[in-house]
Design a protein around this ligand. Sequence first.
Ligand code: FMN
Length: 200
Amino acid sequence: MKRYILAITGTTGGVLGLRVLEELLRHGEVHLILSRASMPIIREETGFTGDKGSEIVESYLFSKESRKEVRDMRLIFHDEEDLWAPVSSGSFRTEGMFIVPCSMKTLSALSTGYADNLIIRAADVTLKEGRRLVISPRETPLSPIHLENMLKLARAGVRVVPPMPGFYSRPETVDDMVDFIAGKIIDQMGLDHDLYRRWR
Ligand SMILES: Cc1cc2nc3c(=O)[nH]c(=O)nc-3n(C[C@H](O)[C@H](O)[C@H](O)COP(=O)(O)O)c2cc1C
């Protein structure tokens, strides 16, 4: 079974990461890390409750009627402080990693290799092993520091996919926009999906 790492960090729009998670579970095993900062923001913006990241995620997936037996088999939670987790090592093989959404703090730590939590360590490992790393940095407006960090990472081969909606797919709801952005992010791992209508 293919393995993916997904991290959700503390920016507005955590629901984008949850939508990517829902889709990734169709494709394989997902190692999920929620940053401390992400949890209260997801609770505030979505209304999904829970003290632990796993509870918040479960209530989101439950609302989407995702099948529990699939989750039990494929979804593995890791604490961001747990630097002993398998995804901390390059010898643990994965297809790659997503950080959706990616805060400017995590972006800057990544661009300097300052790996003091599991999210940044796993991303650093993904990069050093030459595996696909897809990030969706979220901030607006962007300072020159944010832009320089993104450019540095893009030059190192990281796929930088900011959460920017497209309008050619004629979105009618916020969910349509979330799906469009999640689809563009997942495209970068070369996975099939029906999240948005492609231009013909
Ligand atoms: C409600 C709220 C919204 C935030 N939105 C953003 C954001 O859109 N982008 C960003 O870079 N930081 C945002 N932040 C700040 C980050 O949460 C903060 O820098 C944090 O240290 C990020 O840590 P993490 O990358 O480990 O999740 C927000 C904070 C709060 C409380």
